[in-house]
Design a protein around this ligand. Structure first.
Ligand SMILES: Nc1nc2c(c(=O)[nH]1)N[C@H]1C(S)=C(S)[C@@H](COP(=O)(O)O)O[C@H]1N2
Ligand SMILES: [Mo]
Length: 412
């Protein structure tokens, strides 16, 4: 009977060790893929690879529930082993809470179309927050508990071979003090390296509600130098939407381009009777209108109640005289790389707009200024930044992200 129990416990120890290792690797894969997906820098570098990476992140994320469930099966025994070790118990609670939080918010993000922008937006905030707190915690945990630092007496999972104490007699005091020092140093190092990005994220996500402050900051570093500045209509300043709520994440697949009066122009060509071309001075004189609309990125964040001022796409197409053969339009970015295609039928909506101002101010270069497309009822990958050309064509155009897996029809 005693022998049988011992064998069972031995098996359970091995299982826990294996489970811990599996879980560790899953966290590593999710952390690396997640951080790469988050980083604006990698968007441009990866191109199509980003879509694959996203699916890998989702697949591994969904699978991450398996070791958690398996652990819950073994948890009763583990809990007994942790008797009288409140810190270890606390650690298990914390790690489980993070894993479950990541899993649940991740499922909502994965199913963003089903749950709608409000829920997926909240899920993204939770997913990010857990990452900023949980990842340093787990990194700290794995570094400080790596074998060379480990106090054998504190092991909570026995490998099943021999008791750890037998292999390594308890370390003498001075070594333990050094260990504590190294742990402290690692903790401080993590706080210094991760802390600033965390605070920045915190400020952007929660401090910037109203969005005003950070867009003002982007305007201060605006790389564009176009004169004259567009003058806002009365509906635009103060913005009739009351000011945007939320925060834009600056996305680009190239370096941020910059424009001056000398190198900026806007044209409409292709299947039109009267091809058009404007320089900046002429373009700011075109009649603009104002709309309030929400802005939704397909990755789960939104900015609500933007007051956009610009020229309705309909008016521009009318000026150019679209030929009956034309079926859709290609929108080109001045970055020379990004495009998106939209059918004329979809463009017939009154709210399709070539925007020149946001909340009564010029659009900063980081956010696609001087001119970007706004398609409020579609996901924002249709909202081409640094827009400088509309070409009318017969068939359909598959744009930059659409070639890389995003649906060409982007209705929300
Ligand atoms: N030229 C260009 N336009 C672009 C993109 C881009 O990478 N390059 N990203 C698109 C995507 S996916 C989104 S969500 C929005 C983001 O707009 P923002 O950078 O102003 O937040 O721009 C869209 N337009
Ligand atoms: Mo997006």
């Amino acid at each position: 009977m005693g022998e049988w129990l011992a064998r069972l416990r031995k098996g359970y120890g091995k299982k826990l060790v294996a489970l811990h290792a599996w879980n560790g690797w899953i966290v590593v894969v999710l952390a690396v893929t997640g951080l790469v997906l988050l980083g604006g820098f990698w968007r441009g570098v990866l191109g199509e690879g980003r879509v694959w990476l996203k699916w890998l992140h989702i697949a591994v994320g969904v699978a991450s529930i398996l070791p958690i469930l398996y652990y819950l099966v073994l948890a009763g025994k583990h809990w007994k082993a942790l008797k009288g070790k409140p810190r270890q118990k606390f650690n298990v609670y914390v790690v489980l809470a993070f894993l479950l939080g990541w899993f649940l918010s991740g499922i909502l993000l994965w199913q963003f179309k089903l749950v709608g922008p409000k829920v997926s937006n909240a899920a993204l905030a939770v997913h990010d927050l857990l990452t900023w707190i949980g990842l340093p915690y787990i990194i700290y945990h794995s570094i400080t508990r790596a074998k060379w630092l480990k106090d054998p007496k504190r092991r909570t999972v026995q490998s099943g071979k021999k008791g750890a104490e037998e292999l390594h007699p308890a370390a003498p005091q001075p070594v333990y003090t050094r260990r504590a020092f190294i742990r402290g140093a690692i903790g401080a190092g993590l706080a210094v390296t991760v802390g600033p990005s965390f605070l920045k994220w915190l400020g952007q996500s929660f401090g910037g509600i109203g969005g005003g402050a950070s867009i003002d900051r982007l305007l201060e570093t605006n790389a564009n130098a176009l004169v004259p500045e567009p003058q806002p209509l009365p509906n635009s300043l103060p913005p009739i939407g009351g000011g945007a709520q939320g925060h834009f994440r600056v996305y680009t697949v190239t370096a941020i381009p910059s424009f001056t009066n000398a190198n900026w122009s806007f044209r409409i060509d292709g299947l039109v009777d009267n091809p058009q071309q404007w320089d900046w001075e002429a373009f700011v004189k075109l009649k603009r209108s104002v709309q309030v609309s929400d802005f939704h990125c397909v990755t789960g964040w939104s900015v609500y109640k933007n007051t956009w001022e610009g020229i309705p796409v309909k008016d521009l197409l009318e000026l150019a005289g679209v030929r009956s053969k034309a079926a859709s339009a290609i929108f080109y970015s001045g970055d020379g790389v990004y495009t998106s295609g939209i059918t004329l039928e979809q463009l017939a909506k009154d709210d399709a707009m070539v925007a020149v101002m946001h909340d009564g101010k010029p659009i900063p270069s980081d956010l696609g200024g001087p001119v970007r497309l706004i398609m409020p009822k579609m996901y924002a990958y249709k909202s081409v930044k640094w827009l400088n050309r509309i070409e009318l064509i017969e068939g359909e155009h598959i744009g930059y992200w659409e070639q890389r897996g995003y649906a060409n029809e982007a209705w929300i």
